[in-house]
Design a protein around this ligand. Structure first.
Ligand SMILES: [Zn+2]
Length: 534
């Protein structure tokens, strides 16, 4: 049973190694197709209703031997402002999940409405190795090199146009940031849109920073903010989710402008990643920020918050015109802790007697389970035989380790951060060099004293030392390097001590135990959820 499940998992992974889903709900064949139909106002020449598109596409599918599994439809005419396209989004999601091998549409103009659509569709198809078949027009087969090349060119042309358009905008934003003005857009927790402090929210931000600095985890902070059991952080107040607050504020503005009120989403629990976003935001320390396009494109915004601090010619951080909520020293200390690779394995380190105690989570309440005799237990929720679960988890992990893409997961291979460290060191060295030049200068307006030169040099050297220490730690990858960096990671995992094995599991995935199904005998692998980390 377990092996069957595992081989199915393996299949998914091979199809798309970056997306390793542990739940298979759909069997994709080479001929599994979706139809995408769109009715729009700009009917150029061909007055195509959805019905006609559908008939033609179905006929085309039959003739080509495709099985139509789903039909997605959008209606641009009824959508106010033409903004919503639920059909297209659902199509992308289904493609991304690997459920389709073919998308059939009338022609390109029906399929994508603008450049961003085109880029998104092509990229999604490329990742899923899916084909685009057009009733009118030539197909793009992403499983062949020529199809991928054509798609790549199409996407590049489209991307280029988007970027040129965005360039002027980003220049203006960068200038705002250089002047230390509050960034436009959504207000962060604690500040108004104009950068004024909102007292009670600012207090919350301070409490979050203090608790994290005192050793609280992102997860326990999220629980405390949500008012859930297990947060155990009495100083952190329970609060409505910030996104909900924003939605209510937006609504109030809408009503004030004479528009109709919209339903506000229900309040829900805070997520650890929201807490992370708060802890990473340099604005709280008073730093002016600007997000370079390449950072956004990287999708690595939070890890590189430091790189978003905008700097003057001498490399010094530009301060915003707003009041800081957290002092810069606290902010830096929090960043150091967030960057510490050992932090990731903190949970694994608290209880070392068994593979999963304090590490596996209760599927009912989300808290870590404890060892209880021969079992794992979460009181009142879970009581499961330890050896069954450990055997299963170990086997899944071994299979994961046997796949060839491991270097991508190596915590030590945090390339963006390593690059960032390099550039930060460069900034400090440049500042020292400039101070030395100024000291030597003949120009009295520029010249600095030996005392000032020493102060600058000492200060910057200290910062460089800290950065170099971080770099060393990242590069060595601590204990994880032993497994992920090994020639045979499966063997290294087998040979590893308990701490190494626990850390390996924690770095790779989250393991959730569910109550054993009633009336079933033996171990049921479906009762353990393994969620792979990105
Ligand atoms: Zn529980």
């Amino acid at each position: 049973m377990a092996h069957q499940i595992l081989s199915r998992r393996r299949q998914t992974l091979n199809r798309n190694s970056t997306e390793f889903s542990n739940r298979i709900t759909y069997d994709r064949h080479m001929t599994t197709a979706a139809l995408y139909l769109r009715i729009s106002r700009d009917l150029t020449g061909e007055q195509l209703g959805v019905d006609r598109q559908r008939d033609a596409a179905e006929e085309y599918a039959r003739a080509s031997g495709y099985e139509v599994a789903e039909v997605f439809t959008d209606n641009d005419i009824s959508a106010a402002g033409g903004k919503r396209r639920p059909g297209f989004e659902a199509l992308l999601a289904t493609l991304a999940a690997g459920h389709l091998s073919v998308v059939i549409a009338w022609n390109w103009d029906r399929l994508t409405r603008n450049r961003p659509d085109t880029v998104q569709l092509i990229e999604t198809c490329q990742r899923a190795k899916a084909k685009v078949a057009l009733v009118r027009g030539s197909d793009l087969d992403m499983s062949t090199p020529s199809g991928r090349m054509t798609a790549g060119i199409l996407a590049e042309v489209a991307q280029n146009e988007i970027e040129t358009k965005g360039e002027r905008q980003s220049l203006a934003q960068r200038q705002r940031a250089m002047m230390g003005r509050a960034p436009k857009g959504t207000r962060p927790l604690g500040y108004t849109v104009d950068g004024d402090i909102i007292d009670d929210e600012a207090k919350m931000v301070q409490k979050i920073y203090e608790a994290f600095n005192a050793g609280a985890s992102l997860r326990s902070l999220a629980l405390a903010l949500s008012g859930a059991d297990g947060g155990d952080l009495p100083d952190v107040p329970r609060a409505q989710k910030h996104t909900r607050t924003l939605a209510i504020e937006r609504n109030a503005r809408r009503v004030a402008d004479g528009h109709e009120e919209r339903p506000v989403p229900n309040d829900g629990p805070w997520s650890p990643s929201t807490v992370l976003g708060i802890l990473r935001n340099p604005r709280y320390a008073g730093y002016s920020t600007y997000t370079p396009k390449e950072v956004l494109a990287n999708g690595d915004r939070r890890r590189s918050w430091r790189a978003q601090i905008i700097r003057g010619d001498g490399g010094e951080a530009v301060l915003g015109q707003w009041e800081p909520i957290v002092n810069p020293g606290t902010w830096e200390a929090v960043q150091d802790r967030l960057d510490d690779p050992a932090r990731v394995t903190n949970r694994a380190g608290t209880d070392r007697k068994h593979l999963g105690s304090g590490l596996y989570l209760c599927g009912v309440c989300g808290k870590p389970v404890k060892a209880h005799g021969q079992r794992y237990r979460c009181a009142g929720h879970i009581l499961r035989t330890r050896s069954h679960i450990d055997d299963f988890v170990v086997e899944v992990i071994r299979r994961r380790l046997a796949l060839p893409d491991l270097h991508d997961l190596l915590p030590g291979a945090d390339e963006p951060r390593l690059k960032e460290i390099k550039s930060e060191i460069g900034v400090h060295r440049a500042r020292i060099a400039r101070a030395e030049r100024d000291y030597d200068s003949d120009d009295e307006d520029v010249r600095i004293s030996a005392r000032v030169l020493n102060r600058i040099t000492d200060d910057r050297e200290a910062k460089i030392r800290t950065l170099e220490a971080e770099r060393a730690k990242l590069s060595s990858g601590a204990a994880m390097g032993r497994v992920f960096g090994a020639k045979d990671p499966v063997q290294a995992f087998d040979d590893g001590d308990l701490a190494t094995r626990r850390s390996t599991i924690e770095v790779l995935c989250e393991v959730e135990l569910h109550p054993h199904p009633r009336g079933k005998k033996g171990f049921n692998p479906e009762s353990v959820t393994i969620t792979w980390r990105e």
